[in-house]
Design a protein around this ligand. Structure first.
Ligand SMILES: O=C(O)C1=C[C@@H](OP(=O)(O)O)[C@@H](O)[C@H](O)C1
Ligand SMILES: C=C(OP(=O)(O)O)C(=O)O
Length: 424
């Protein structure tokens, strides 16, 4: 198996342009495809998750041109997809699988949605059950509650529907993005807790950019008018990915040095910019501009925080915690277990390999700082974020080997090249 060995490293310095946001890239591509008019998307992320969305759009008859790797011109369909059938392979991209499941219900035809083996272990039942209430015929092809799915689409009725929010916010995102194209007005009620709430703000923001306003009643219910048409904004730029920024900000906070990331800042719509607040709470020096964030080392202290609002960037705190003064507890992160891998189990297992004292709770992880890190090979479980998080261990006066570093291609194919550029 291919691996990369890093470190020992002592400093992180420089300025980095962060590649485009995965969450925004896939939302904007889908909305551009459904919208009336042509959309020129700049700073589109080039990564596996985005390629899966682009390939799906091709299969569904959407025309687009890639001017270069990060600039895509999409000819909108001005309504639901025209395709009457499709076999869509969506890898392990939640931001393709979940929103497309709902969007395909808007048209007429038969569609098979499937992905990598792990995608077939990631739940989608809460979304499917809500779509059934809206009149859609969807069947699980293997296990109840999981892809592959066979959709026999004939439009999405309006009315009222409940959706569970305690496993993934992507289910609500999926229904919200399709709702304006439903046959009549739709009220969506959120049942129980809503996890990863800031991702709903990303969804509402993207919909607004395409001309659709949603009535948001304190994230407990949403009202969307039916029979509307998304309107292309013409030109749209994807912000830098705030989750991707977390590794560089953490590197500066841990090592001697200063790093400025460009592309995300105080103006960002992404919840994961709040990662910088956690670093600041730990003691790092953080400065913001509208489109940049700068981090500088200071004495780091452990924290005990609910990080449900930043599930992806919170993973970066789990390895940053090794460098703090005192233990860290990351709370309310049960849904780490249903992402690229069981991230609570994987994080705990790999941190323990380094020699760290770790407690894996059902919905939390507790990590004690570590002075003498063992040089070990970190398994990455085909999870881009495990690979990126553990690169930070190279600052712990030891080498660290990362197995299968190519798994970062899901959201950040150039990660290890950029990391090498800013570290010594
Ligand atoms: O809507 C999105 O773009 C995302 C929502 C989050 O998932 P959950 O809502 O499943 O926590 C996040 O972890 C994922 O990487 C992207
Ligand atoms: C959970 C993630 O991805 P997905 O969009 O596939 O849910 C992630 O990128 O950390």
């Amino acid at each position: 198996m291919h691996s990369i060995t890093l470190g020992p490293l002592t400093s992180a310095n420089g300025e980095i342009q962060i590649p485009g946001s995965k969450s925004l890239s896939n939302r904007i591509l889908l909305l551009a495809a459904l919208a009336k008019g042509t959309t020129r998307i700049t700073n589109l992320l080039e990564s596996d998750d985005i390629r899966h969305m682009l390939n799906a759009l091709t299969s569904l008859g959407i025309k687009y041109t890639l001017e270069d790797a990060n600039t895509c011109i999409v000819e909108g369909n001005g309504g639901p997809f025209n395709a009457s059938s499709g076999d869509l392979f969506l890898g392990n991209a939640g931001t393709a699988m979940r929103p497309l499941t709902a969007a395909l219900c808007l048209g007429k035809g038969e569609f098979l949605l499937h992905g990598e083996p792990r995608m077939h272990e990631r739940p989608i039942g809460d979304l499917v059950e809500s779509l059934k209430v809206l009149g859609v015929d969807i069947n699980y092809q293997e296990n109840d509650g999981y892809p592959p799915l066979l959709i026999k689409a004939n439009g999405l009725s309006g009315g009222e529907v409940s959706i569970k929010g305690n496993i993934s916010s992507q289910f609500l995102t999926a229904i919200l993005m399709s709702a304006p194209l439903a046959q009549s007005d739709l009220t969506i009620k959120v049942e129980g807790e809503l996890v990863s709430k800031p991702y709903i703000d990303i969804t509402l923001h993207a919909m607004k950019q395409f001309g659709i306003t949603v009535e948001n009643n304190h994230y407990q219910s949403f009202f969307v008018k039916g029979q509307q048409t998304y309107q292309s904004p013409g030109e749209i730029m994807v912000e830098g990915d705030a989750s991707s920024a977390s590794y560089f900000l953490a590197a500066a906070a841990i090592a001697g040095g200063k790093i400025k990331v460009h592309g995300v800042g105080s103006d960002s719509v992404q919840g994961d910019v709040k990662f910088a607040e956690v670093l600041s709470a730990m003691g790092a020096k953080i400065t913001y501009g509208p489109t940049w964030i700068e981090a500088e080392k200071d004495q780091l202290n452990g924290v005990d925080l609910d990080m449900n609002h930043i599930p992806d960037a919170a993973m970066t705190i789990a390895t940053t915690a090794l460098f703090a003064n005192g233990p860290t507890r990351i709370r309310n992160i049960y849904n780490w277990r249903v992402k690229e891998t069981d991230r609570l189990m994987a994080m705990a297992t790999e941190l323990k390999k380094l020699g760290a004292t770790v407690e894996e709770g059902e919905d939390y992880i507790y990590v004690e700082p570590l002075d003498n890190v063992k040089h070990v090979a970190i398994d990455t479980y085909d999870d881009h974020r495990i690979a990126m998080c553990f690169s930070l261990v190279a600052f712990a006066h030891s080498q660290v080997t990362i197995n299968d570093p190519g798994c970062t291609s899901k959201t950040f194919p150039t990660y290890f090249d950029l990391f090498a550029k800013i570290t010594e």
